[in-house]
Design a protein around this ligand. Structure first.
Ligand SMILES: CC(C)(COP(=O)(O)OP(=O)(O)OC[C@H]1O[C@@H](n2cnc3c(N)ncnc32)[C@H](O)[C@@H]1OP(=O)(O)O)[C@@H](O)C(=O)NCCC(=O)NCCS
Length: 178
């Protein structure tokens, strides 16, 4: 019997790098992240505002640990993509399993000066295609109630509110219905 939510073993196939364009036409490259990207990703964190980091982590975080990053780049967990401009990392996004038979969680972080230019919309669509290729059928994302960009992005792809915890809304997206 198929387990709803995802396959237990994710396919090990590589995800081809994708060119993402801002609304002004500037190109960014979204490529699969590796363990070696942690230093650049933590440098990205150093260059994000406290509000942006709070919106991503819903807590006062300003770096990722080696253990956290190792899990994010483990293909058995899903995929993490880094966005480069192309000389530096200006964002990262991931779709990662939550529990063995649960939905996958989608998260995005863009440096402040790249926000509001259509990158989130483009990388969100790409992440959904990646999630489908990996066999995920249900996605979740967490936002603060006043995160207008993330909420517009989620509503735009058909996600709906599916519960909340103090200060954060859970959004659910059924990939068979969008
Ligand atoms: C959330 C985030 C990924 C969105 O990416 P982005 O590139 O800034 O957003 P986009 O420019 O693609 O816009 C996304 C939507 O918000 C809308 N939007 C953009 N700026 C807006 C603003 N100031 N007010 C209202 N809506 C706005 C856009 O119109 C778009 O909706 P549409 O496609 O229906 O037109 C990015 O802002 C970010 O990294 N924020 C900090 C971390 C975070 O909030 N992560 C999400 C939780 S995991």
């Amino acid at each position: 019997m198929a387990i709803p939510g995802l396959r237990l073993r994710l396919p090990p196939m590589p995800i081809a790098a994708e060119r993402i364009r801002t609304s002004a036409g500037t190109a960014l490259l979204a490529r699969e992240a590796t363990a070696d990207d942690l230093t650049a990703v933590n440098d990205l964190h150093n260059r994000c505002s406290a509000q942006t980091l709070l919106s991503r982590y819903h807590a006062g975080r300003n770096r990722l640990t080696v253990a956290e990053w190792d899990r994010m780049v483990d293909p058995a967990q899903g995929r993490t993509l880094v966005l480069t401009d192309p000389t530096e990392v200006v964002g990262y996004a991931n779709v990662l399993r939550t529990a063995p038979a649960g939905p996958a969680e989608v998260s995005l972080l863009l440096r402040d000066d790249w926000q509001g230019a259509g990158v989130g919309r483009a990388i969100g669509g790409h992440l959904i295609r990646v999630a489908r290729r990996l066999g995920f059928t249900d996605l979740v994302a967490w936002t603060e109630p006043d995160n207008v960009r993330a909420i517009a992005l989620l509503r735009g792809v058909g996600a709906r509110p599916d519960g909340h915890e103090p200060g954060v809304i859970c959004w659910a997206l059924d990939l068979n219905r969008c």
